[in-house]
Design a protein around this ligand. Sequence first.
Ligand code: CP
Length: 310
Amino acid sequence: GKNVLGLEYFSADEIELVLQTAKEMKNIIKRDIKKVPTLRGKAIVNLFYEPSTRTRSSFELAGKYLGADVINITAGSSSIVKGESLRDTLLTVEDMGIDAIVMRHKAEGAPEYATKVVKAAIVNAGDGAHAHPSQGLLDLFTIRQYKGGFKGIKCAIIGDILHSRVARSDIWGMRKMGIEVHLAGPKTLIPRFLYKEKGIFIHDRIEDAIENADVINVLRIQLERQKSGLFPSTREYARIFGLNDKRLALAKKDVLVMHPGPMNKGWEISPKVAYSSNSVIQEQVKNGVAVRMAILTLILTGGKGNEVIA
Ligand code: CP
């Protein structure tokens, strides 16, 4: 298919194809003139029902570097405010001759629904707590850039796993590539089904999850998705699960500190750790553009021999 809905639908070979293509794209971004004609004549819309800084602007830049025409529709400044339905919004966009829709929505499954409404390629840019596949891919790309590969890598993912689409995409992507995943967070924020998954280890204490880790991925506390308020409070959370200097010392010396952004500095991560030499948070943002260029190229040109992305 030509859609990118979630990494659970990707094979290891398909992930590999995206990462290899992203490497070529990163070389294009390093040039003085970043523009190539790969997607000239194609039209892409960013359709965002939820706020975004990184994902929306990096998909826009990615499309523009590849020569496509890119437009943005954000819920608050569109006819969605007047009550236009998702279905009618998708059909309206399709009528303009769009080739790909990059979509963020608060409802899990909204991008999959879109594949049934329009013929354009659909890229999930985050749907509720379900998936954020381009983030999962850029996280894998960043890990390989620094670690050379995935074999024998131990990654700790810390925080609110339950509400995190980033965690879900990271977990499925990392497991497919052979990374050992260790999770820690408030017990109520770790989904029960993960306890039964092979290669996933769940810890009560952050200290146990990050001991000897090669990578620590710190998740954002998502107050907007926690219907009954945060438990524990942000202050307690920082004390029990926050990544600080003392805890960082438990991991390997060359551990990578990652965070999808935006950060709540002082809550889930201390400012010192966020800007430490172990932090690759800014490189993640940089890699996001290359990985999104790879995704758009593969879905809109069929890749190098019509390899598919689920
Ligand atoms: N990581 C991420 O998805 O950031 P934005 O919400 O700013 O796009």
